[in-house]
Design a protein around this ligand. Structure first.
Ligand code: LMR
Length: 397
């Protein structure tokens, strides 16, 4: 059976990390995978996480299975973080949350659920989007299509083209929108634009699926949730795929959540029974540790305060790097206008570098970026900035 298998291509993002690790150049820079680095180029374990882990270790009494849908305290914490403390959706039990292995796991459970309930539904993805999106939905045997999202010439959301495309999406299809910190462009919808998208979904019977992996990395925990909350105001039914890889730095714990919102508590409970089948037939029940950490931090005022400060530090450092990058490119004599990078939010920006320029950065300077030109701003530091900008000046010439 295996004799004739041809090798599959490396993953567009995680494959870069493998190549980066093999590169012996001491000046190498990884702007590929979306992992936060501090000013020393390290991906730290947050103080709040370490403290929660200490407490968990000393109080842990069993390693028995979690329920299929995960920890109840985690589900409540996820809903409160996304919708806000006393939101009617939470109060009226209109939301069902399943704890998943990472945001990718949440997307896959969403995909399996849609396939189970409505196999004809097509999933609409922004163009461009995270390169794994089409693969996740395609692997669940769903059809995918794309809608225009980014105006590369103006470095902003191509909102008119986006709305024109959304207006002809059939009822019952799924519209995936990045909740904040759009991956890969860093260009987000304004609240007015969210209002228009949410009203259109409600009016046409399109199911919004918000990929919400970067809450707190853009403008703040509450500010980054405006899209989710506007959709909650307009739409009776929607899905939110969340991740705590980035905002808690819990990448390798694989901790995410799929939250389904229904028009009423009975519908939510019925839908949850199907979500549980999707989980049970896939990974049975989630790993405990990451969810326990998140629930412990969000449930303890002191730990939560520490975490919010740490999250703000990460956000502020990324935004400071955005400004320093633009300034340093200027100092290196780069004539092209990169000022849009300072306006964008989250870990990523679309640099506008061509695939050939990205390849030249890697071959000549050991700087790794995604072939599309996406750069992870969180991989920049004060110490690597000059080398990086000089290299970009070199490949642009
Ligand atoms: C990214 O886009 O780099 C991250 O979301 C990591 C991943 O899994 O691709």
């Amino acid at each position: 059976m295996f004799e004739t298998i041809k090798p599959a291509p490396p993953d567009a993002i995680l494959g870069l990390t493998e190549a980066f690790q093999k590169d012996p150049n001491p000046r190498k820079i990884n702007l590929g995978v979306g992992v936060y680095k501090d000013g020393r180029g390290q991906t730290p374990v947050l103080v709040s996480v370490k403290e929660a882990e200490k407490r968990l270790l000393s109080s842990e009494a069993t390693k028995s299975y979690l329920p299929i849908d995960g920890l109840a305290a985690y589900a409540t914490a996820c809903q409160e973080l996304a919708f806000g403390g006393d939101h009617p959706i939470v109060r009226e039990a209109r939301a069902a949350t399943v704890q998943t292995p990472g945001g990718t796991g949440a997307l896959r459970v969403a995909a399996d659920f849609v396939r189970r309930i409505s196999p004809q539904a097509k999933v609409w993805l922004s163009d461009p989007t995270w390169p794994n999106h089409p693969n996740v939905f395609g692997s669940a045997a769903l059809n995918v299509a794309s809608y225009p999202y980014f105006d590369a010439a103006g470095n902003r959301v191509a909102f008119d083209s986006m709305m024109a495309a959304l207006e002809v999406i059939p009822a019952g299809d799924v519209l995936l929108v990045h909740g904040c910190c759009h991956n890969p462009t860093g260009a987000d919808l304004s609240s007015e634009q969210w209002q228009a998208v949410a009203a259109l979904c409600a009016g046409r019977g399109i199911l919004p699926l918000l990929d919400f992996a970067y809450q707190g990395f853009g403008n703040g925990l509450e500010e980054d949730a405006i899209g989710v909350r506007i959709v909650a105001d307009h739409c009776d039914e929607f899905l939110v795929a969340g991740s705590f890889s980035k905002n808690f730095g819990l990448y390798n714990e694989r901790v995410g959540a799929l939250t389904l919102v229904a028009a009423g508590a009975d519908a939510a409970a019925a839908a949850q029974s199907h979500l549980k089948i999707c989980v049970r037939t896939n990974y049975s029940n989630p790993p405990a540790h990451g969810g326990q950490i998140v629930a412990a931090i969000l449930g303890d005022p002191e730990l939560r305060q520490t975490w919010e400060v740490e999250l703000a530090e990460m956000r502020d450092r990324i935004n400071a790097m955005r400004h320093l990058f633009v300034e340093t490119l200027d100092e290196q004599g780069v004539a092209r206008d990169f000022s849009f990078i300072a306006q964008q939010r989250g870990m990523f920006s679309f640099s506008g570098l061509t695939p050939a320029q990205v390849q030249a950065l890697r071959e000549r300077h050991s700087i790794y970026a995604v072939g599309s030109g996406r750069i992870n701003v969180a991989g920049m530091t004060e110490s690597n900035m000059e080398y990086l900008c000089a290299a970009i000046a070199d490949v642009l010439n």
